[in-house]
Design a protein around this ligand. Structure first.
Ligand code: ARG
Length: 450
């Protein structure tokens, strides 16, 4: 091969990380060949101990990689034949690199999905811990990034726990569809030997063998699902990071990052930059990019296998590495935050944040909501003109807007009353949040051991 073409087509540089799964698949394939009567017991033993030797070389970093052998599959097979002798040449009977790579990727993804679930659980546990610590602390809730109504900080943090729970469900769903055996599809038409694929599926822990050999070697939708779930998770992580970076500004002043998760500026001595959170947000870009890359690679490919599909790996690995990095850094970052609860409470009560509560108060006195909304709009305009918050207005002043307003109005307009009123399931009242917290704890399960 032309040296430039050889370097261009090689995948060894990146597919080598699949080696443990390649060997696991080969062991199972050797056992399947034995069951089909294509190997003797002695040959099987020789192949398995040869594969053990190759495994040891790879695990100990002394495997002699050969650049001229395109990919990890050819490298392992060649080395097996060197170590085990000519019997190594029997391993590839009835098998193709097309079903082999499809298998390796499914085995790899199965393992990764286990880590991702544990990592997500750790992020959820960190959020729950912070929510529990600040169970009664109010903050302003925002819509349009304008102060809207008071909410509990715990309510805000728990919102992310539920988002991440759906991410976990998406990855679990992906795992379920990933768990199908492609091996035995051979190049595209199915192995020409009497391989018991049901037994092979059981051996490798798959639910079932693929029902269509063309589909088995040519689809990558399980990887695309993974990349899509990773992209959505990235979007969630990015929003969390965006909230925190905003809260860390002097303008908000709601949170402080510990020095361990921030850096200084090279020119401005007073700066403390929330780099970790910024990069959590920034890394989401590559998660989207990898999804788009693989969707684009697969689009328009005629059945079945095409070399284009070799381009699935770097996108996959980059998303895996990015996810693992995100999931490792987020829990300790969350743990290190100092919430400025006094400042949050103060902000929660400012800017007419309980105006809706005044309208609700009038509704409870019998006024239709639209009329109440109108009246409170006038009260707020009056307040702005006179630089007075609702709570600063006298009863007489308020009664000027509606005779329905009584002596009990001021207690209805406090932050605590506003929170307490929202006791519906899923609302921000302390008791509702306590119930949501219990539900979240239940969903998330016991703390993962990492
Ligand atoms: N390196 C290839 C890939 O990653 C393995 C399968 C190659 N099959 C082939 N017939 N060239 O997709």
């Amino acid at each position: 091969m032309d040296p430039g073409a050889e370097a261009f087509t090689a995948s060894l540089g990146f597919d080598r990380r699949l080696w443990p799964h390649d060997i696991e698949g080969s062991r199972a394939w050797a056992r399947a060949l034995r069951r089909a009567g294509l190997l003797t017991d002695a040959e099987l033993t020789a192949l398995l101990s040869g594969l053990d030797a190759v495994h040891a070389e790879l695990a100990e970093g002394r495997f002699p990689f050969r650049r001229e052998l395109e990919d990890i599959h050819l490298n392992i097979e060649r080395r097996l034949t060197e170590l085990a002798g000519p019997v190594g040449g029997k391993l590839h009977t009835g098998r193709s690199r097309n079903d082999q790579i499809a298998l390796d990727e499914r085995l790899y993804l199965r393992e990764i999905l286990g880590h991702v679930d544990a990592g997500l659980q750790a992020v959820q546990a960190a959020l729950i811990a912070r929510a529990e610590e600040h169970l009664g602390a109010p903050m302003p809730g925002y819509t349009h990034l304008q102060r809207a109504q008071p909410v509990l900080l715990a309510h805000h943090l728990l919102a992310y726990v539920f988002m991440l729970q759906r991410d976990r469900e998406r990855f679990r769903d992906c795992a379920r569809r990933n768990n199908m055996l492609p091996l035995g599809a051979a190049a595209l038409a199915g192995a020409a030997f009497a391989i018991d694929r049901e037994a092979l599926a059981r051996d490798l822990g798959f639910t079932a063998p693929s029902a269509n050999s063309l589909d088995a070697v040519s689809d990558r939708d399980h990887l695309i699902e993974f990349l899509a779930a990773a992209a959505i998770l990235g979007m969630h992580a990015s929003r969390l990071a965006a909230d925190l970076t905003l809260w860390a500004t002097s303008e908000f002043g709601f949170v402080e990052f510990s020095d361990a998760f921030a850096t200084g500026s090279s020119i401005m001595p007073q700066k403390k930059n929330p780099d970790v959170a910024e990069l959590v947000r920034g890394k989401t870009g590559r998660l989207y990019g990898n999804l788009t890359a693989l969707l684009t690679v697969m689009k328009g490919l005629p059945l079945t296998y095409n070399s284009d599909m070799q381009e699935d790996k770097e996108a996959l690995f980059d998303s895996v590495d990015t996810l693992e990095a995100l999931l490792r850094v987020i829990p300790p970052m969350l743990g290190s935050l100092t919430f400025r609860v006094e400042r949050m409470r103060e902000a929660a009560g400012a800017n007419y944040s309980t105006a809706t509560d005044l309208a609700d108060y009038l509704v409870r006195k019998g006024l239709p909501f639209r009329e109440a909304h109108e009246i409170v709009g006038r009260v707020v305009r009056h307040g702005i003109a006179n630089k007075r918050e609702l709570g600063d207005m006298t009863l007489e002043e308020l009664r000027g807007f509606s005779p329905l307003i009584g002596a009990d109005v001021h207690t209805a307009l406090t932050v605590d009353a506003s929170l307490a009123a929202r006791a519906v399931t899923g609302g921000t009242a302390p008791e509702a949040v306590a119930r949501a917290l219990a539900a979240a704890r239940q969903l998330v399960g016991p703390e993962p051991r990492r």
